[in-house]
Design a protein around this ligand. Structure first.
Ligand code: HEC
Length: 131
């Protein structure tokens, strides 16, 4: 009996390890969870930040289901290329296919507001080269 009481009062190495794990691990895990939540949130952007015009909201919400609109807005492409992009988003990334009027609306919006950039008339240029 005496022996049992002593061992209960003096925590075993195992219990100390468990305690240390909880003390360090729980805050670490909580911090990690918070950091995770703060990474990407498409709703940090809103359609109001985009150029106004028909199809703005449809385009914004179609695309930000998966990634930020920045990824779209930083591109400048012809209608053909935007069409190809929609195909890639659908076939490779699982975007629900845009059809009929919706497809036309989104394509029109993209080609109107994100046309090939005048800054690179000769196609892609290396941004790291001094011009
Ligand atoms: C179902 C998910 C999904 C939807 C919806 C979606 N995309 Fe994407 N998109 C992706 C993924 C995945 C990538 C590649 C990941 C990355 O580069 O961050 C990507 C990348 C891109 C890129 C960059 C391509 C490149 O080569 O760097 C463009 C442009 C793009 N998407 C346009 C669009 C447009 C426009 C829409 C809306 C009409 C759209 N996406 C909707 C999943 C999606």
């Amino acid at each position: 009996m005496q022996f049992l009481q002593v061992s209960a009062a003096a925590p075993s190495a195992r219990r100390l390890t468990l305690l240390a794990t909880l003390l360090v691990g729980v805050p670490l895990f909580a911090g990690f969870a918070v950091a995770q939540q703060q990474t990407f949130n498409p709703r940090d952007e809103s359609p109001e930040e985009l150029p106004a015009g028909p199809g703005r909201d449809e385009t914004f919400y179609s695309c930000t289901a998966c990634h930020g609109f920045k990824l779209v807005a930083q591109q400048g492409m012809s209608r053909r290329q935007w069409e190809d992009t929609l195909v890639v988003m659908t076939q490779r990334h699982g975007m629900p296919a845009l059809e009929g009027d919706d497809r036309e609306l989104v394509l029109k919006y993209l080609e109107t507001h994100y046309p090939p950039t005048a800054a690179a008339p000769g196609g892609w240029q290396n941004p790291f080269l001094n011009r």
